[in-house]
Design a protein around this ligand. Structure first.
Ligand SMILES: Nc1nc2c(c(=O)[nH]1)N[C@H]1C(S)=C(S)[C@@H](COP(=O)(O)O)O[C@H]1N2
Ligand SMILES: [Mo]
Length: 223
């Protein structure tokens, strides 16, 4: 098993995120994905609509920028490329060449992903993990899965996709640990300003505390 540079395999699949100890957001009774930004008219797409699109399944490792990797996860859902072509493209304003998308979660988390990266064949709107519906820890009711990009691109609890014709400013752009704009794992694009290998040891120190806090808010733990 080969992992991307600077990654170490962990046992299982921990809950992890900037949500820290906060419990997962409640899933609305009738969840939607809002499509907004450079569209002729914003739309709230009921999640039940995903069932009308062809299903796909991938097996992939998951890599957090802090340095842990969960291996051999089986995700099911709809290929993002399909969703984009069938549900988003018809809404686009003419002459609005989309370059970036903002994926937003019910907890307010956001990831800014280049359309080129989101269009890769292994990028999914996933609603199942290892044969079971996605739980709160891993992003219920649906999350973005982009295995070739670090975890922070993989927005959980997805509720909104905003379309942009140029790169929007990142929320964390002034932070010394600002995430890389592409965040490709095999290129080790961890940090916006510094090379991946340089930030490895600093990021690794964050794993313990963030993991412990995230476990405190875990759905599994409160069951
Ligand atoms: N909505 C939301 N999505 C998120 C996060 C978050 O805090 N909130 N954290 C990101 C980070 S940093 C990582 S590593 C992965 C972790 O996914 P997991 O909790 O399923 O392991 O989710 C990403 N997506
Ligand atoms: Mo992460």
């Amino acid at each position: 098993m080969t992992l991307p540079p600077g990654q170490r395999a962990v046992e299982g699949f921990p809950r992890f995120g900037t949500h820290l100890h906060h419990p997962p957001p409640p899933v609305p009774d009738d969840p939607v994905i809002e499509i907004a930004g450079a569209v002729t008219e914003p739309l709230a797409l009921p999640l039940t609509d995903l069932a009308a699109l062809p299903r796909c399944e991938i097996k992939a490792d998951f890599h957090c920028v802090a340095g842990w990797s969960a291996t051999d996860l089986r995700w099911e859902g709809v290929a993002f490329e399909t969703f984009y072509r069938v549900r988003i493209e018809p809404l686009l304003a003419p002459g609005a060449p989309i370059s970036h998308l903002i994926f937003e979660g019910l907890d307010g988390f956001r990831s800014i992903v280049a359309l080129e990266d989101a269009s890769a064949a292994d990028v999914l709107l996933a609603d199942h993990l290892d044969g079971r519906p996605l739980d709160g820890d891993h992003g219920a009711p649906v999350r973005l899965v982009s295995p070739s990009q670090y975890g922070f691109m993989n927005t959980k609890h997805l509720c909104r996709i905003e379309l942009h014709t140029s790169e929007p400013p990142a929320d964390d752009r002034w932070s010394p640990i600002a995430g890389h704009a592409r965040a490709r794992v095999w290129q080790e694009e961890r940090n916006r300003y510094l090379p991946g290998p340089v930030v490895r040891p600093v990021y690794r120190m964050l794993i313990g505390p963030i993991r412990a806090l995230s476990a405190r808010g875990s759905q599994a733990r409160r069951r």
